[in-house]
Design a protein around this ligand. Sequence first.
Ligand code: C2E
Ligand code: MG
Ligand code: MG
Length: 470
Amino acid sequence: MNEMLIYFFVGVIAASLLGLRTLYAERALRSMRQIDSVTGLQGREGFAKAIDRLLAAGKPCAIVALDVSSLRAITETHDWEAGDTVLREMARRLGLAAGRRGSTARLAGTDFAIALPGITDALIASTAARRLMTDLEQPVSWNGQQLRLTVNAGIALAPKDGTNAASLLHALSTTLAAAKKERPGTLCFHDARVEDELAKRRATEPMIRDALAKQLFSLAYQPVFELGSRRLKGFEALLRLNYPGHGNVSPAVLIPVAEETGLINAIGAWTVAEACRTALNWPDEYKIAVNLSPVQFRSGSLNSSIRDTLQALQFPAYRLELEVTEGLLLEDTDYVKTQLTALEETGVRIVLDDFGTGYSSLSYLWQFPFRKLKIDQSFLRNMEANPQVVGILRAIVALARSLGLPVTVEGVETLEQADLMRSLGCDEAQGYHLGRPMSQTEAAALVLRDLAARASAPDMEWHNRIAAAS
Ligand code: C2E
Ligand code: MG
Ligand code: MG
């Protein structure tokens, strides 16, 4: 009996060891299958996991699929070795483009893919994809010959075209298939409407150049009020362009094109100077806020440009607020932190604009030198449909207060919203109900009116103050 038991246990152990071995062998095989032996790139499965990880971390991304179509002809005309050389070179170039944060893959045959985190804008995605295509199309040296390459590509944007890797890769495969049917060098977006939109936006570039040359830009000033005292605190400067024959061109159209073309640096420098020049006409206690684009931080000269402006105009730095959005914080964190800290050292106040719209990582609030938080207007816009928004607003205000940060709410369109935000402890407010963006002359009149109210009627109600603003 004992002998039988021993045989039984030996049998169980042997079987389980064998089972484990099979399991490990299978895993090793699976992971080998995921890594392409020629290029060293991961395959579709690994790439899908990388995308899902990005999405789970709340990071949007642009995914570009590229077909190096001439590879087939190269392998046929030369040999497999020539084909492999090109494949390896493509992988190297893609890896350089992806950098530390991106992810690359060989999806199949001549199809590659790259995920570029942090890109949400179609125009920026299209520029990045075009640059990639140009990189990949550079000839590859092989056996003393120059192998010429052609590339077609498709773009999908996450989360716009899908909220998980499976749906995005599906979108991408149909897009790339469409691009492959066109002539070499074709780039397609998953959503065809995006391409029309891009064409419209590209037409904006000459308009911006002309407006800069002819000094057609202007600023509108939207008042910001303290909720408790209902006093005017200052204004936010907003870019305006009334282009002959086109009418008003919205910043939503202008800014992305200006960013794309680098013209934002010239516009940004002008905006800060013009806003400060206007604010010099008001008493010192009124602040002026200016929006900065993440692209301006890349120029390397933002800090000195702002210092020079303050110096040249003798404008006190503490009166200037610089608004940045979360998009900036997705860039190289250390670089951005150094830039923001250097800016803050000039004495200006850095404000986090549109809080709550993007990733709203709470670590932003203590990692970067913010001195104020602006709650995005979408909260108030959605409040009626979603009463739980009030709870979120209360939590944001409490959080900011516990960090010692004043809070401004944007998009106040009714008296009830102003009262609610005041009851939640929000410090300042801005919105159509309190004052629309106005001209320099109207802003000056509002300042005078506020000064008068301070002296004679400190408790003046909103409707009397607002009557003055309109
Ligand atoms: P932002 O900085 O969040 O500016 C607030 C936007 O909300 C402005 O739109 C303003 O007119 C609008 N707004 C204010 N109160 C209300 C309200 O009660 N209801 C609604 N529905 N909207 C309200 P605008 O002027 O079209 O600017 C849009 C965005 O363009 C700005 O958002 C800012 O991100 C950007 N922008 C504007 N001027 C500049 C600039 O000089 N430089 C840069 N880099 N960006 C700018
Ligand atoms: Mg702003
Ligand atoms: Mg805002």
